[in-house]
Design a protein around this ligand. Structure first.
Ligand code: HEM
Length: 147
């Protein structure tokens, strides 16, 4: 899969000046659509968290042409997310909320091509983050003990 880098870059440029509103809308929508993830953020400073998530989106878009940098950063991020209690099934929830928020803040420039570009980018981000984790061994352990 080759990402549509130009479209990802140009659409994200439009989001950048709207960072605060974009992030506030993102978390509001995430918690409204998926209340089950709210407890994961019980002890989180949401203002700080919003800035960190946005910074990592900037990092992703700035390194679309540097796959090694992207892989290292996202694998590490994925590993840390295990400690935050995040499970693989939570990733599509964040993905659909991100896309929904992009569609609102990009307005008329949210075209089927832009949507496709972000679906593919989020798929790659998820794969790289999950490649830094070992959820399968957690699931297999109880069965292994029964044998
Ligand atoms: C595109 C995927 C994601 C990105 C880029 C991302 C980015 C980040 C970043 C940059 C942090 C700050 C801490 C750190 O760097 O380790 C963070 C923390 C966190 N993220 Fe994510 N995240 C993603 C997916 C998810 C998902 C799917 C969930 C679950 C709903 C989630 C829940 C959390 C939680 C609970 C924290 C910890 C907050 C705390 O410190 O209390 N994230 N995320």
């Amino acid at each position: 899969m080759s990402l549509n880098i130009e479209l990802l870059e140009s659409s994200f440029l439009q989001i950048k000046p709207q960072e605060t509103e974009f992030m506030a809308h993102f978390y509001k929508t995430l918690f409204a659509d998926y209340p089950e993830v709210k407890p994961l953020f019980a002890n989180t400073h949401m203002g700080k968290q919003a800035k960190q998530l946005f910074k990592s989106l900037v990092m992703v878009v700035e390194n679309l042409r540097n796959p090694d940098v992207l892989s290292n950063a996202l694998q590490g991020l994925g590993t840390r997310h295990v400690k935050y209690g995040v499970l693989p099934e939570h990733y599509p929830m964040v993905g659909s909320t991100l896309l929904k928020t992009f569609s609102i803040y990009l307005g008329s420039t949210w075209t089927p091509n832009t949507e496709q570009a972000w679906i593919e980018a989020y798929t790659v981000v998820t794969e790289l983050m999950l490649s830094g984790t070992d959820y399968s061994s957690k699931i297999l352990t109880p069965h292994a003990q029964q044998v």
